[in-house]
Design a protein around this ligand. Structure first.
Ligand code: PMP
Length: 316
C-alpha cells in the first residue's frame, strides 16, 4: 500500500516476496523514518488459523506513526492486510505445536527527501516467515546482563514506539553481551541508572511472592502487547500485579524473573549479571509462575483454551 504525506492509504495488493526499489534518498534510508510491528499466526488443531489481538498492533503502529510524522493505515486496513497476507501464505504455517508464522508489517518513508524532513511518500508492506523459538533456549531459562553504560531510550526520545532506529541502538550492547555468552541485555533508565526498562526485544517482569511487577510505561519502554496481556492473565490467575518503578535491587531480590514479547512469548530468566555479581533464579529451572503464565498464554494463542477475553481472531 502506498500514500502521499497528508493522504490516506488506499487498498493494497498481494505481491510475490522479493526486493523492492527505493530511491537512495528515501526517508527511511537517510533519516530512519520507519516503524514495524510483529505478530504471529498459529495453526489450530482443527486446521483454523489464529491471530492474537492484531488490532492492538494496528493501534500501536498508528500511535508510533504520529511520533514519526507518518501517515498510517487504519486499524481495519491493517487487520485486513494481515489476514490476506497470512491466508496467501497458509502453506508456510507450521503444524500445531511446531512453531508459528511470524508476521512483519513495515511502514516506511519511501519517498525521496534530501534535506531533513518527513518523506513525501509512504509504503506499508507485510512479509512473513515461519519461526520456532526466539531464544535457542526455548522455555529453558535465558541469561541476561544488565547494561550499565549504553541505553536504548532516553526521556522524550522514541523508545516508546516501535521505530527501526531503536533496534540499531541496541546492536552494539547486544552483540557484546552475546559474545560473552549472555542471551541478551537488560537496559536501565538513562537518568538514574537504577530503574529497569526492558530487554532489546521484550518486556521484563519480576516476581516476589504473589506479586508480579513490571516497569511502568513512561515513554522509554515499548508498550508490549504480550506485557499487557500477561498483566490481565496474571490477575485472572489470582496474582497481584504492579506497574511501577522497578529497581535493580527488586530484580536481584526477586523469586523469579521473566521476559515477554510476541517473538519470545514468555522466557524465564535463569540468571542476571549486574556489574560483578551474578544472581540465579529457581535453581536454574523454569520458575513456577513463568511456567504457569506461559501455559495460560500459549494455550490461548494456540486455541487450546477458551478465549474469554475475545483476544483471538480466527481466519477461516
Ligand atoms: N520491547 C521491545 C523493545 C520489543 O521490540 C518488543 C517486541 N515487539 C517488546 C518489548 C514486546 O512487545 P510485544 O509483546 O508487543 O511483542
Amino acid at each position: 500500500m502506498k500514500c502521499s504525506q497528508g493522504e490516506t492509504f488506499s487498498k493494497g495488493e498481494l505481491q510475490r516476496f522479493g526486493n523492492i526499489e527505493l530511491s537512495p534518498s528515501a526517508g527511511i534510508l537517510n533519516y530512519g523514518q520507519g516503524l514495524f510491528e510483529g505478530l504471529k499466526a498459529y495453526r489450530k488443531h482443527d486446521g483454523n488459523i489464529l491471530l492474537f489481538r492484531p488490532e492492538e498492533n494496528a493501534t500501536r503502529l498508528r500511535e508510533g506513526a504520529v511520533r514519526m510524522c507518518m501517515p498510517a493505515p487504519t486499524v481495519e486496513q491493517f487487520v485486513e492486510a494481515v489476514k490476506a497476507t497470512v491466508l496467501a501464505n497458509e502453506r508456510w504455517i507450521p503444524p500445531p505445536g511446531k512453531g508459528s508464522l511470524y508476521i512483519r508489517p513495515l511502514l516506511m518513508g519511501s519517498g525521496a527527501v534530501l534535506g531533513l524532513a518527513p518523506a513525501p511518500e509512504y509504503t506499508f508492506l507485510i512479509y512473513v516467515s515461519p519461526v520456532g523459538n526466539y531464544f535457542k533456549e526455548g522455555l529453558a531459562p535465558i541469561n541476561l546482563v544488565v547494561e550499565t553504560e549504553m541505553h536504548r531510550a532516553t526521556p522524550g526520545g522514541t523508545g516508546g514506539v516501535k521505530t527501526i532506529g531503536n533496534y540499531a541502538a541496541v546492536l552494539q550492547a547486544q552483540s557484546a553481551a552475546k559474545a560473552k555468552g549472555f542471551s541478551d541485555v537488560l537496559y536501565l533508565d538513562s537518568t538514574h541508572k537504577k530503574y529497569l526498562e526492558e530487554v532489546s526485544s521484550c518486556n521484563v517482569f519480576v516476581v516476589k511472592g504473589n506479586v508480579i511487577s513490571t516497569p511502568a510505561i513512561k515513554g522509554t519502554i515499548l508498550p508490549g502487547i504480550t506485557r499487557k496481556s500477561i498483566l490481565d492473565v496474571a490477575v485472572n490467575q489470582g496474582f497481584q500485579v504492579e506497574e511501577r518503578l522497578v529497581t535493580v535491587d527488586d530484580l536481584l531480590d526477586a523469586d523469579e524473573v521473566f521476559c515477554t514479547g510476541t517473538a519470545v512469548v514468555i522466557s524465564p530468566v535463569g540468571s542476571i549479571t549486574y556489574l560483578d555479581s551474578r544472581v540465579t533464579y529457581g535453581n536454574d529451572g523454569v520458575g513456577r509462575v513463568s511456567q504457569q503464565l506461559y501455559s495460560a498464554l500459549t494455550s490461548l494463542q494456540m486455541g487450546l483454551a477458551e478465549d474469554k477475553m475475545g483476544w483471538i481472531v480466527e481466519l477461516k
